[in-house]
Design a protein around this ligand. Structure first.
Ligand code: APR
Length: 353
């Protein structure tokens, strides 16, 4: 997943480079600047002294010293002055120049704090939107994994009160109507069922098997007369299985006139995972992966449910993740980064994770 959002302390992140929200002097300070210098040790300041400061929007690179990263990229964000003094352009330049430097130094993983969103007073939500948009633009043309590290536990506020209300109402409704969980099968019975399923359906996933509506003609409902025999209906079903998830995915990419790369980048999925799916027509994806591609292909709700069903899943109204994705699909908003920001606010897995 090229763009992750996590909560934590950037000085503990193991990656090729972390970005420091510094000031023009590059001689340390408070906030994340202070935390990075404390964790890196005095040699970081010694090297910073040789850099001759840094212009706002620009970026300079040093070693990481005692930090669990090879490099520290120091950039200086704009001080918020109301939004009409070029702050957005300067803040975007911080991300672009830091990413350019990271690419020039062969970094594959880079971690950012939310630049200017602390002492420099940039409103957090705007700073977060701009960071995600700018990083996403860069990732459209570059293979890199970027982490946006948010510090502390900000209050939950997706920025979409209408969605927050809809999700709360759905969760409340389902809290009263959710069916009791099916009783777990006894271990012995389960393993016998498992053996029979494997012999009939090969490697297909449990969920895909369970989800498949298989109906038998009357005479076949009786137990098999001979353990070798297989009812003809079942044989015919096995000889013409439904389209698999991978087959539907590749078909939809062609129908949309997209390239593979356009699709998996828009899905926030990395190239290696896509190659696995493309090479195994019976690949069993995670639910978040199916939804990532549904968003990238801009599938309707019915098509999304169809693709989920081919992988053995269904959208549920009892989990915030599914409700948030369904909300955006119903709205026709397929911006995976906007959806991930909402998922992040609800502490959910992110699309493409
Ligand atoms: N890990 C990740 N993020 C952090 C950490 C940390 N250890 N500490 C703080 N942050 C977050 C803040 O919560 C904020 O969201 O980093 C973001 C940027 O806040 P600041 O560090 O205050 O940076 P900025 O707003 O860009 O102001 C820069 O502050 O620290 C001084 O020397 C620095 O003068 C410069 C100014």
């Amino acid at each position: 997943m090229p763009l992750h959002m996590i909560r934590g302390d950037i000085t503990t992140v193991h990656c090729d480079a972390i970005v420091n929200a510094a000031n023009n002097a590059l001689l340390g300070g408070g906030g994340v600047d202070g935390a990075i210098h404390r964790a890196a040790g005095p040699k970081l300041l010694e090297e910073c002294r040789t850099l001759g400061g840094c212009q706002t929007g620009e970026a300079k690179i040093t070693k990481g010293y005692r930090l669990p990263c090879r490099y520290v990229i120091h950039t200086v964000g704009p001080i918020w002055q109301g939004g009409n003094a070029g702050e957005p352009e300067l803040l975007a330049a911080c991300y672009r120049n830091s990413l350019r430097l990271a690419a020039e130094h062969g970094c594959e993983t880079v971690a950012f704090p939310l630049i200017s969103a602390g002492v420099y007073g940039y409103p957090r939500r705007e700073a977060q939107h701009l960071a995600i948009r700018t990083i996403a633009e860069f990732l459209a043309d570059h293979e890199m994994t970027v982490l946006l590290v948010l510090f502390g536990s900000q209050e939950r506020n997706s920025g979409h009160p209408e969605m927050d209300r809809w999700i709360a109402s759905q969760l409340q409704q389902n809290a009263f109507h959710s069916a009791p969980a099916p009783a777990a099968a006894a271990p012995a019975e389960k393993s016998a069922r498992e053996k029979q399923r494997k012999s009939l359906f090969g490697r297909r996933s449990e969920a895909a098997h369970a989800a498949r509506p298989v109906c038998f003609a009357e005479e076949e409902s009786a137990p098999f007369s001979d353990s070798e025999a297989m009812p003809s209906t079942l044989r015919s079903i096995l000889q013409s299985p439904d389209e698999s998830f991978s087959q539907m995915l590749l078909r939809k990419i062609d129908e949309r006139g997209m390239t593979d790369a356009q699709c998996y980048k828009k899905a926030n999925i990395d190239r290696k995972l896509f190659s696995k799916i493309r090479s195994d027509l019976h690949y069993q994806p995670k639910k978040v992966t199916v939804l990532a591609f549904a968003i990238a292909l801009e599938l309707s709700l019915d098509e999304t449910n169809d693709m989920l069903q081919k992988a053995g899943y269904a959208l549920s109204h009892s989990t915030p993740f599914d409700l948030i994705v369904e909300y955006y699909i119903r709205k026709g908003n397929y911006n995976v980064y906007e959806i991930n920001e909402a998922l992040f606010e609800y502490d959910q897995l992110l699309i493409g994770a």
